[in-house]
Ligand binder design. Structure first.
Ligand code: ZN
Length: 141
């Protein structure tokens, strides 16, 4: 993959030490999602505090891209509102589709810009974000 070494390092770091990995004691919603083209599987759990994502955790198995993307996603959306999380998700999915972004809010998630060149891998990168959208949809007021 033609991504910089810095990007590769960030992906490897999140794959080896995924943030918010595991399960929550208390949760409001759980989404199970799979990416059959790669074999990735993610369980995403969220606890809300009013409109805010107060706790988020994921577990499952899959490739480095899906796992590191899920880890980065949970870091980005923890503590923010549902609306804000949804906006970030749309920006991420758009970035992966067109291969670039101007959105600073995506922070470390920009490392996945390069996967746009690999259609099968884009599903790995967006899997956890789609799980997030599903979770937000299910808990919409
Ligand atoms: Zn994958």
């Amino acid at each position: 993959m033609e991504i910089s070494e810095l990007y590769a390092d960030i992906i490897m770091d999140h794959q080896r030490n995924p943030r918010n990995y595991g399960t929550l004691e208390e949760k409001d919603v759980e989404v199970h999602t799979t990416n059959s083209s790669c074999g990735d599987e993610i369980f995403l759990e969220i606890k809300f505090d009013g409109d805010k994502i107060s706790q988020i955790a994921f577990h499952g198995h899959g490739c480095a891209i899906s796992k590191s993307s899920a880890s980065i996603m949970t870091e980005l959306v923890k503590g923010i509102s549902k609306q804000k999380a949804l906006e970030l998700s749309k920006k991420f999915v758009e970035m992966v589709k067109i291969g670039k972004t101007q959105e600073r809010e995506l922070k470390d998630a920009v490392v996945f810009q390069g996967v746009s060149q690999y259609p099968l891998r884009t599903k790995c990168a967006t899997l956890s974000w789609h799980a997030l959208e599903e979770a937000l949809k299910r808990t919409a007021v």
